[in-house]
Design a protein around this ligand. Sequence first.
Ligand code: ZN
Length: 305
Amino acid sequence: MADPQTPKVEADAPPAKPAQTPQAGRPVPHGKWQEVADTPKKADVPAGMWMRCPSCEAMVFRKQVEQNLWVCPECEYHWRIGADARVAQLCDPDSFEPMWTDLKPTDALGFVDMQPYKERLEAQHKKTGEHDAAMCGVGFIKGRRAVLACLDSRFMMGSMGYIVGEKLTRSIELATAQDLPLIIVSCSGGARMQESSISLMQMAKTSAALAALDDAGGLFISVLTDPTTGGVTASFAMLGDVIIAEPKALIGFAGPRVIANTVRQELPEGFQRSEHLLEKGFVDRVVHRHDLRREIGRLIDYAGK
Ligand SMILES: [Zn+2]
């Protein structure tokens, strides 16, 4: 696990401009995919420097934002954080044991878009130090033992390929076998197009494992963060017994621009944002990042786990 003191954050994604969803099995224009995959890293300023909030545009002190769990002290904007920072925020100190860290993705299809998939994987590994976009394991949240799986937007936009699906499925099965509460924190552009139908199969695989968890009377708390889109929304992320969302997170299947162009109608205010989904019943509660740990602990107690 990387040093939780220096999480890399993509501070460059303003909420008003959600990226297009990369969906496997659907041709995505190269430029659009690239936009999602390699978001420009304007936020890569050295530690101890000032940074600009993409929401209120205030200049904020980086250290202060970090101490504030990567929430803007001026406007409550929630920055995207990596899986390591998420684990550090949610778990009791040093209680998280990462599992299945040796699983590495392969390029079964020999996929080439702008860059061979194999090279892309190597570049992403170099950039993040991770083998894929999921960090899974067992830890304690406010003293409650739980299986925790976090998707990592730094690695190919948190997209779900075979390894992500496999690690999530193993996490779900572990929660089922040991009767532990399961928490999955989603942060993903959807299924990974470079793995085509193999990535789509992960939707069925994770959903089937969750059905078995449900039959066994397990508890699954799904936490949706910015962004949760595509095949992730269409599978495990929406199957939580309780679905929590961080404020103003983009949550949807296809991107809003695609929908607006398809239905040829103006979309309602706040469309595909947490608060709108709460109003429409897709999300059970919107929880500020500061309260997430406490809320998860409360729900585990409430479910008697
Ligand atoms: Zn702000």
